[in-house]
Ligand binder design. Sequence first.
Ligand SMILES: Cc1cc2nc3c(=O)[nH]c(=O)nc-3n(C[C@H](O)[C@H](O)[C@H](O)COP(=O)(O)O)c2cc1C
Length: 309
Amino acid sequence: VQNRVTDILGTQYPLVQGAMRQITLGEMAAAVSNSGGFGQIASSMLPLGRLRAEIKRAQRLTDRPFGVNVPLHRPNAVESVEMAADLGIHAITTSGGNPVKIMDKAKRLGLKVLHKVSNTEMGLKAQTAGVDGVIATGYEAGGHGGKDHITTLCLVPQLVDMLNLPVIAAGGICDARGVAAAFALGAQGVEIGTRFIASTDCPGLDYYKKALLDARDTSTTYLGHGAMNLRVLKNQAVLRLMDPEEKTQHIRPVDYTSPQGDAETTLMPAGMNAGLIRKIMPIRDIVEELMLGCRKISLELEAIFMEKD
Ligand SMILES: Cc1cc2nc3c(=O)[nH]c(=O)nc-3n(C[C@H](O)[C@H](O)[C@H](O)COP(=O)(O)O)c2cc1C
């Protein structure tokens, strides 16, 4: 596949692995890049020394391009951008803030920047700041899906119409049908998060993977409000947090990064697509299924809509 997104990323496929805090580190980023996609190291909560080690680890495991995700509200955001460029990364993604904060520096360092947006106002701001593309994150997405609750189906085409930038669709995409739908909406790439947790390349988190396999259409909910809300799998901890009768200040849900995590007490961010996950597979097989499946669907659609004389 060749388009504006593969040109920016230098990848075989226009497929980005969504950065996931403390999950997508060097090993997973390399596994996605070795499969033809764009792997990413999530720098969220990583001290600079650890970020350096994870970038080096990925570089030992792949000679293909991969990136770093930089949440802009974090205190070491600028230093993380500098470190990525210094270690030879050529494209980063940014989230959680206005990219204007790092754009001058990123351009001077020769970095390509894709910024995550969840409404068109953010998209226009990112374009004005000079980013190379946007990642349109819909309400379906695992983790922070934005404050306005705009679905991927509606957000992507509005950004495509408004911006002169390539749009990468994120949120709710899980299989080849989702990839084909994103391209039909005008996206030039897709970002996948939740599906990659359910992979043999994702280290540990067996209870989380099992919860994804058990999930159905109604298994996720949106917790909190404003920009920092979170789509998570429902479990006992989440249901208690949502219960108006509970004194929520006394509830301490466990973070999935904790070794004490289990399926009932832990916050497990996941997209609405969790109900589509049927099998824990190697990342290479997931990427192949998504990309070859999308090609098959596009040929089937062409056959349906071909004019008959
Ligand atoms: C467990 C988890 C952690 C995440 N952490 C981050 C993060 O650190 N930075 C970020 O920009 N997005 C983060 N996201 C969002 C993903 O990068 C991606 O955009 C999203 O998962 C796409 O939607 P999907 O899960 O429906 O595929 C996270 C998502 C999940 C599920």
